[in-house]
Write a protein of this length. Structure first.
Length: 224
């Protein structure tokens, strides 16, 4: 005897799919990012994940660049509230360090963050926190406004530099060897400072960068 074919189910009997929303799309994008990396966060991949057509997603997100910016904003919500305790300069550094380490945890997002322009609530909260801390330190408003951009650029570039997928230990070893063996006749300043160029733990250098920028922002007036 041949098995009886299964009776087709009516579409009316199938569970209804959740309604599409921007929040749901971004949540799905974050899940794909964590599981598969940013390269897989595409409209086509999300359409498969959400059981819909790619065209339906464009109602909520204009393009992949906007989607990546929304993913970045969503992840900014994981870095915690404004820190308490310590000087205003120390708290600025702690906010920036938390932002940088968040990007370290998602390497594929770090480079995209150099050109992504989030506009969601978490990004606005980050800017508000930094402006409030700079104001607490007496930094003039215009310098604080320009300074926030500089601080976030430095943090993002640092994360992107250290998360480059094509970076290799061989490249770093070659640079280290070149700096240490350079001739003091052709490059006397490098030869004299090769140890300083390579010295310092990553955390210490990151802290120094932020403090150097904060000091410069505090002391450098914006042009009229």
């Amino acid at each position: 005897m041949t098995a009886r074919p299964e009776t087709p189910r009516s579409r009316r009997e199938r569970p209804a799919k959740p309604a599409l929303s921007r929040e749901g799309i971004v949540a799905a994008a974050v899940a794909v990012l964590r599981a598969e990396g940013l390269k897989k966060v595409t409209m086509r991949r999300l359409a498969q994940e959400l059981d819909t057509g790619p065209a339906s997603l464009y109602v909520y997100v204009r393009n992949t660049a906007e989607l990546h910016a929304a993913v970045l904003d969503e992840l900014l919500g994981t870095i915690g509230p404004a820190p308490t305790g310590g000087s205003w300069r120390e708290r600025v550094e702690r906010v920036l360090t938390a932002y940088t380490w968040m990007l370290f945890e998602h390497p594929s997002l770090a480079r995209s963050a150099l050109t992504a322009w989030p506009s969601g609530p978490h990004y606005l909260n980050l800017i508000e926190t930094l402006l409030a801390l700079l104001d607490e330190g007496g930094v003039p408003p215009a310098q604080a406004a320009w300074g926030v951009d500089l601080l976030l650029q430095q943090a993002t570039a640092t994360a992107a530099e250290h998360s480059a997928e094509d970076a290799s230990q061989e490249d770093w070893d070659a640079l280290t060897d070149a700096l240490r063996t350079v001739s003091d006749r052709t490059h006397p300043h490098i030869a004299a400072r090769s140890g300083d160029l390579l010295a310092g733990a990553h955390e210490a250098r990151l802290s120094w960068r932020f403090q150097a920028l904060i000091t410069g922002i505090e002391r450098t007036a914006v042009p009229n």
